[in-house]
Design a protein around this ligand. Structure first.
Ligand SMILES: Nc1nc2c([nH]c(=O)n2[C@@H]2O[C@H](COP(=O)(O)OP(=O)(O)OP(=O)(O)O)[C@@H](O)[C@H]2O)c(=O)[nH]1
Length: 341
């Protein structure tokens, strides 16, 4: 798991020149954390922040964050201005008890508002979360009067799931109106990591207009009957999901030739076309294209598979395929493999 990541707007994608990084929150951050958060304009928007915010609470909060990270309960980061390296806020993901979802929280020191840092930090954190944590959904709850944060969540792809009321300890009395948001791994997967825009660009495409994408995929099956899966690295579409090695056909290529090429490029194994047995296919309407994916089985190859493109590889028994989150197109293939192998 990487603990530091930097995000910079690419020229031309946004007008703002903000550049933001995240790193693991440390005990030494307490004084700066306190200086930034002890501001009514921030505390009033955070459900658990009293005002004034005591320095002892900043220290205790960070100690808890460090313990929670060690226990795998929550992952809290300092938001940095990448240009100066200074801490400007904090952001984190807390896992739900069920383990399959997390909640996002973040705040920025007042002087750093309006420069795109919150959007960048929150966007990068959810991409990190879907790549590194076993969660299918990330949720967030925002006070109705927190217009900037409502805009950030919408901009990075969160959808509103409902409204409610919640207690804000800095604003005693009545429970305040809040809005609930969520984003799924699949919804994020089809947003461009650089721009946070939907990859299709023109909104929802009608099915008839979608390009048909042919991708050849292969289940390598070892002597024990285990199948090789590859986990897509952070920064790519569908990051964090497990898939069968393979890839798009280039013009004029057969699926078999594409697989011989892709398996050599991606995982360094040599297969012969004669050892690729057609097995099944996936046909799935993604937001931006329709995927047609023939799946081959291969039990004979040369070389030990190695991750050449930043993926993580795993040999998985057919009975355990369910434990590995896969792209939606792949899901119907799992029972077929389980029955056959
Ligand atoms: N290889 C592979 N691709 C899959 C599977 N399931 C699935 O939906 N896909 C989709 O099929 C497409 C595969 O394209 P690819 O591997 O050649 O390309 P990529 O997204 O890595 O992009 P790039 O090569 O342009 O960087 C992706 O959109 C991927 O999400 C699968 O099991 N294996």
């Amino acid at each position: 798991m990487s603990d530091l990541f930097a995000i910079a707007d690419r020229a031309g994608t946004t007008a703002s020149a903000a550049s933001t990084a995240l790193r693991r929150l440390e005990a030494g951050d307490a004084a700066r954390f306190h200086l930034l958060i002890n501001d009514w304009e921030i505390c009033r928007l955070l459900p658990e922040a009293p005002f004034p915010y005591p320095e002892s609470l900043a220290r205790a909060w960070i100690d808890t964050a460090i313990a929670d990270r060690a226990a795998g309960r929550a992952y809290e980061f300092a938001i940095l201005d990448a240009a100066s390296g200074a801490m400007i806020g904090s952001a984190g993901l807390r896992l739900a008890k069920s383990g399959d979802s997390a909640s996002l929280g973040y705040w920025l020191g007042r002087r750093h508002w309006g420069k795109g840092h919150a959007r960048e930090a929150a966007g990068q954190l959810i991409r990190w979360g879907f790549a590194e944590l076993p969660v299918a959904t990330i949720a967030a709850t925002v006070a109705e009067d927190n217009a900037a944060s409502l805009a950030v969540l919408r901009r990075i792809g969160f959808a509103e799931t409902g409204t409610g009321r919640a207690r804000f300890i800095g604003r005693p009395g009545e429970r305040l109106p809040v809005r609930h948001f969520a984003i799924t791994r699949e919804a994020l997967a089809f947003r461009d990591p650089e721009t946070s825009q939907e990859v299709s660009g023109s909104g929802r495409m009608i099915d008839a207009m979608k390009p048909l994408l042919t991708v050849a995929a292969c289940a390598l099956v070892d002597k024990r009957g285990d199948i090789l899966l590859a986990r897509r690295p952070e920064g790519k579409k569908l990051a964090g999901l497990w898939e069968f090695p393979g890839g798009k056909l280039v013009a004029g290529e057969t699926p078999e030739a594409a697989l011989v090429r892709e398996l050599a490029e991606e995982i360094g194994v040599a297969v012969r076309e004669a050892d690729l047995a057609p097995f099944a296919f996936a046909s799935h309407a993604y937001e931006a294209f329709h995927l047609l994916m023939p799946l081959y089985l291969c039990r004979r190859w040369r070389g030990a598979p190695e991750a050449r493109e930043g993926q993580t590889l795993a040999w998985v028994s057919p009975a355990r395929l369910d434990e590995y989150p896969m792209p939606p197109a792949d899901r119907p293939l799992i029972p077929l493999l389980r029955d056959f192998l």
